[in-house]
Design a protein around this ligand. Structure first.
Ligand SMILES: [Ca+2]
Ligand SMILES: [Ca+2]
Length: 274
């Protein structure tokens, strides 16, 4: 009889646990990768789309209002993962006060898929805790050809695992400007292939300009870094990936460019002396 009562209690406990999971009463603790990782079979959408979850261990890689824009942006990345590691946090009725480099845990955030981008929605019912500050993220080096160019060029099979992550393209030159839905895209090519980049989130861009002062046709860089974003508006004929520079520091100048700048400075000095 005793063992029967005990097994009944166990059975009831299992049932209750099972029910709370099924009804979403227990909010799971997940890493960013758990939220982002997907496949073509799931249309590259989060398996937690529509769920309210907790997300632990994201390092803030961007926070703030881009110059001249109206949408506050926050992006976080898990430093322990090399793929599916980044995600944007969308504030709706909640205020998330964090700094770049903060490692944070988020509670009660909604997973949302909107136009091929995965978001964590931070609202009045969400909360955050800062675990530590001063953390950095090592950019993931990718070939521009992995992203490609073209108004309908998105290839999620190649690029979706880097959505929201800091990526780096190396040995690149600006080939063209004034492209894309907002005419603010430019191409970065390394000779083997090209990708799109944009400075619209760059904190060091003048609000009146579409581009950072470094961006000009023919300008070459040792590397350009930024957050990878997919821009999809298929009704208007757009679906592409773009690298979003965050500040002047995301442009790594070529040694040759530095020399030209230095010699130019010397020429100026000589002229002033005359
Ligand atoms: Ca995407
Ligand atoms: Ca995604």
């Amino acid at each position: 009889m005793k063992s029967l009562v005990l097994s009944s209690i166990v059975a009831v406990s299992i049932l209750v646990c099972g029910m709370s999971e099924a009804q979403g009463l227990g909010v799971p603790y997940l890493g960013i990768r758990d939220v982002q990782e997907s496949s073509a079979a799931n249309s590259w959408e989060s398996l937690y789309n529509g769920d309210t979850i907790n997300v632990i261990g994201g390092v803030v890689t961007y926070t703030g209002m881009p110059p001249g824009k109206v949408k506050y942006r926050i992006v976080i990345q898990d430093p322990t993962q090399t793929e599916w590691a980044g995600i944007e946090v969308k504030q709706i009725g909640g205020t998330l006060n964090v700094n770049v480099g903060d490692k944070i845990d988020l509670s009660n955030v909604l997973v949302e898929e909107s136009r091929a981008t995965t978001y964590l929605v931070y609202d009045a019912g969400s909360s955050a805790s800062v675990i530590s500050g001063g953390n950095s993220i090592t950019p993931t080096v990718i070939a521009p050809s992995l992203l490609g160019v073209g108004l309908i060029s998105a290839n999620p099979a190649a690029a979706e695992k880097y959505e929201g992550m800091i990526v780096r393209v190396e040995g690149v030159t600006v080939g063209d400007m004034g492209l894309g839905s907002h005419a603010d895209l430019y191409t970065l090519g390394d000779g083997a292939g090209s990708c799109y980049a944009s400075d619209y989130m760059n904190q060091d861009r003048l609000a009146a300009n579409d581009y950072h002062a470094n961006t000009a046709i023919g300008a070459s860089f040792t590397a350009v870094e930024g957050i990878l974003e997919q821009y999809q508006k298929t009704s208007s004929g757009y679906d592409y990936y773009q690298v979003l520079t965050r500040s002047s520091a995301d442009f790594v100048p070529e040694p040759a460019t530095m020399l030209i700048l230095l010699s130019g400075g010397a020429v100026l000095l000589r002229r002033r002396k005359k």
